[in-house]
Write a protein that binds this ligand. Structure first.
Ligand SMILES: [Zn+2]
Ligand SMILES: [Zn+2]
Length: 219
């Protein structure tokens, strides 16, 4: 059991009040951070990449952009499926070089394709206007000057509401404090309640605070 005791307690990503609230949707990473990020994020699968290609070319066509020319100029990865805040983001290395575009995996199964197309468009607008414009008027004029903008805006609001409802399939309950968390992905067995581990066990994993699957969830 010595191995287990070294395990880290589960990180909580319960609501917008935690981890992701300060997450920058547009960010310029230092090179080291960028690499770390890449390792943590899975590249798009073949089918999803094909969908991105189609949207990419039709966006560049509709906008009459000369650059970017090809979707392979970017690295495309998924955001964490449990991310309830950010729908997409672009990360550009501080020293220049390839940008990484992160897309929420649920955007690919969203019924209305204007969502995914608009998210890709939004991130490409960041790339086109450059990092100094973040979400300023220059950015907004460029983004809103697109025929697909209104359709996208409606969908991104619906998608945001859906993400905030925490549609996690799995409800986990801490046997000690009774706290529940939701997860979209099947949780690793023996995930422990972070708060109880910190409060009662010096932050170390303990069998006493291991979540069980099920319980009431205060939505
Ligand atoms: Zn943005
Ligand atoms: Zn607990």
């Amino acid at each position: 059991m010595a191995v287990r005791d070294r395990r880290r307690p589960e990180e909580h990503r319960v609501s917008d009040s935690d981890t992701y609230v300060d997450e920058q949707e547009y960010c310029i990473s230092s090179e080291a951070d960028g690499e770390a990020y890449m390792r943590g994020n899975q590249r798009l699968n073949y089918d999803d990449m094909n969908v991105v290609h189609l949207h990419f070319y039709s966006i560049c066509n509709e906008r009459g952009w000369k650059t970017p020319v090809n979707p392979t100029e970017f690295d495309w990865v998924y955001l964490d499926v449990d991310n309830h805040i950010v729908q997409a983001r672009i990360e550009t290395p501080a020293k220049g070089g390839r940008s990484v575009i992160h897309l929420h995996p649920s955007a690919f199964s969203w019924e209305d394709p204007h969502l995914l197309k608009g998210l890709i468009h939004h991130e490409l607008v960041h790339w086109v206007v450059g990092p100094t414009h973040a979400h300023d008027e220059v950015f907004e004029m460029m983004e809103q000057g697109w025929d697909g903008f209104e359709d996208y805006k409606k969908q991104t609001e619906l998608f945001s509401a859906w993400l905030h409802q925490a549609h996690g399939k799995w409800v986990l309950t801490c046997p000690n404090c009774g706290k529940t968390i939701r997860r979209n992905r099947k949780p690793a067995s023996q995930s422990a309640c972070r708060e109880c581990c910190i409060a009662f066990n010096n932050g170390l994993w303990s069998d006493n605070y291991t979540f069980y699957i099920g319980g009431d969830d205060e939505q």
